[in-house]
Design a protein around this ligand. Structure first.
Ligand code: SF4
Length: 615
């Protein structure tokens, strides 16, 4: 059903109506009656967050390049709009044609963070289709999901028909081809899903079974038919220069979280921080050539009218000749008064020079993520940042007029002691002292932010326990008290209960799907948003499903325990992860992939720097 007329009457009475009207610059318009497949790309958060997501924009334009597909977008409506929609009987709709999602062939979710899981369920519910995959026969939309959370797909196994593991650019087109065959033939849903399970990078949970031991740990995970693989290998793009990239990118008309044109300079990260999931799942590092980055940057600035261009990656300083790249881009951005931003820059004197060049247009805040307060703990987590480098960079920056420093740390990392927490205080104190020693008059602002360690699947710390909530509180209080003694230092910390729930959902298994259903019934949604998150409702959801959440978050696993995500193959071997975990306990760092290959296993993909491919 097309709900445009009904919807437009509601727009006067909701906050930010621009979230619901589409019609942005470069939005794709097609006649839905002239395509074979209608694809609803869903982002399980509000418009402003979803439209800041590069993956959404790439896949949206990639799918729309095909004449036989119309890909439209849907976002989670804010609470006020949900209430109005319910009152008026309006189901969830897309922004391109205001068609309700139950009329689509495929509904595709992007899963970027675990705390959006209840929003995924809510969006399925608002679409008016059954929540569970088994209750959606042929003729109803097929629900798929991609993104980093699919590396442990199990908590959502009941709701999603097909998970796409890895980078979607190639696999999505193969999936759509197969879907077309399914739609216009007598093929059953069962057969379709079976064939999906044989596309590399597609995990169909209904073809896998899990058995449990008496103590609740997993006894076995196995395919229910010999016609599907025992392990699902992630898909990667080998060549960043030949992969599709949209330069006429859809650009919002209202302010969104990241209001800028974005070019990805490389994929993957070779640094090997032991807590970091992105560093494992996006391996290996694959650079985009400078020529392509410049070409895409120019075209994007022309086609979007954005006044900021962001060159992104997981660790932008690792791009070879980043200074030359920035200089080349500045040549055409300066005239147009376009700012360049370089998130994820490792700050040292070289990158400071780079920031100085960019600063001609805009003065950035100095941001460091040492993650841990002492060298010993930074060696445990393999974070190669030396305190002396922070201090020398900060001094140079203060001399150049920078006044804002942001420092990011994690509390609760494996082997952490009180001394490591005091180390955070000491870094902040030393930075403040450097400022005083320079005798500068203006006021400095130093912001210390701490998150709590969340052990993630596929990392060397996947077996580690998370701190209890009491322990998190103790550590936060201790640091807060220490930092309160330093002038001009502000301290922020992440919510204890949110960190706990994230740890539970990250390493959860199939038994959590019942918890998610309970949470939805109890009204949980927008859990990432502090004002809506209510841990007491979640506790009830766990109780009703007879699940002890601490089993997932607070427990150390043995290396030989079967983990819920073991059927997903990232290419990085279990032996490598165990070796890294043991090295962590010896506080021994491991070199980055740029120094030498340390044999993580990903070389089997034959891509990027593993095969010596430079820019
Ligand atoms: S195979 Fe070697 S170079 Fe490639 S990602 Fe692993 S450690 Fe790095």
């Amino acid at each position: 059903m097309v709900v445009k007329d009904k919807l437009f009457k509601l727009l006067y009475s909701v906050e930010k109506p621009g979230r619901y009207i589409g019609n942005e610059i470069n939005m794709v318009e097609k006649d839905p009656n002239k395509v074979d497949i209608r694809f609803a790309f869903c982002f399980p958060d509000i418009y402003e967050i979803g439209m800041s997501h590069l993956g959404l924009k790439i896949l949206y334009h990639l799918l729309n390049k095909r004449e036989d597909v119309y890909c439209e977008r849907a976002f989670m409506p804010w609470i006020d709009m949900q209430e109005k929609m319910q009152k008026e009987g309006i189901k969830l709709f897309t922004l391109e044609t205001f068609t309700t999602l139950d009329e689509f062939d495929i509904i595709g979710f992007s899963l970027s963070y675990e705390m959006s899981y209840t929003n995924v369920l809510k969006m399925i519910k608002l679409s008016g289709i059954p929540l569970e995959s088994k209750n959606r026969p042929k003729g109803m939309p097929i629900v798929i999901a991609g993104g980093p959370c699919t590396y442990n797909p199990e908590p959502l196994w009941e709701f999603i028909d097909v998970f796409v593991i890895g980078e979607g650019e190639e696999v999505i087109l193969e999936f759509v081809d197969l879907f077309k065959e399914y739609k216009f033939s007598e093929m059953s849903k069962e057969e379709f899903l079976l064939r999906c399970a044989n596309i590399e990078g597609c995990y169909v949970p209904s073809f896998y079974e899990v058995k449990y031991n008496q103590d609740g740990t997993i006894k076995a995970i196995f395919p229910t038919t010999s016609q599907v693989p025992g392990k699902v290998k992630k898909r990667i793009i080998k060549d960043m220069d030949s992969v599709y990239f949209p330069t006429k990118m859809i650009t919002p008309l209202i302010e969104v979280v990241h209001d800028r044109a974005v070019v990805e300079v490389f994929r993957g990260c070779g640094r090997g921080c032991r807590f970091c999931q992105a560093g494992v799942i996006y391996r290996p590092v694959r650079f985009r050539s400078m020529g392509k980055v410049i070409e895409y940057s120019k075209e994007l600035i022309e086609s979007t009218g954005c006044n900021e261009l962001s060159l992104i990656s997981l660790s932008t300083s690792d791009y070879p000749n980043i200074e030359t790249l920035a200089k080349n881009i500045l040549q055409f951005t300066e005239d147009k008064k376009v700012n360049i931003s370089l998130p994820s820059l490792r700050l040292d004197s070289t990158s400071l020079e780079l920031l100085k060049q960019i600063e001609k247009v805009r003065k950035p805040t100095l941001t460091f993520a040492p993650e841990a307060g002492t060298q010993k703990l930074r060696d445990v987590i393999n974070k190669n940042i030396q305190e002396e480098d922070i201090y020398s960079t900060v001094k140079l920056a203060f001399e150049r007029g920078f006044q804002n420093v942001k420092l990011y740390f994690m509390l609760g990392l494996p082997t952490e002691t009180n001394e490591d927490i005091i180390g955070i205080y000491e870094i902040a104190r030393n930075i403040r002292q450097i400022y005083s020693d320079l005798g500068l008059k203006k006021r400095v602002r130093i912001t210390v932010s701490t998150s709590f360690f969340v052990p993630k699947p596929h990392t060397p710390f996947q077996w580690e326990p998370q701190d209890s909530i009491d322990e998190m509180k103790r550590k936060m209080k201790m640091l807060k008290e220490k930092l309160s003694k330093i002038k001009d230092v502000e301290y922020n910390w992440h919510d204890f209960y949110l960190s706990k729930l994230e740890a539970v959902l990250s390493r959860g298994d199939r038994r959590l799907s019942a918890v998610l259903k309970n949470a939805l019934e109890l009204g949980c949604q927008f859990d990432e948003w502090g004002e809506f998150f209510d841990f007491s409702k979640w506790q009830l959801a766990f109780e009703k499903a007879n699940v002890d959440y601490k089993f997932y978050s607070d427990r150390r696993r043995d290396f030989d325990e079967i983990l819920p995500w073991e059927m997903i193959d990232t290419g990085v071997s279990k032996e490598f992860l165990i070796k890294e975990c043991k090295l962590a306990y010896e506080a021994k760092p491991t070199p980055s992939c740029f120094e030498s290959c340390i044999g993580c296993g990903v070389a089997t993909f034959k891509g990027g720097i593993c095969v010596g491919k430079k820019v």
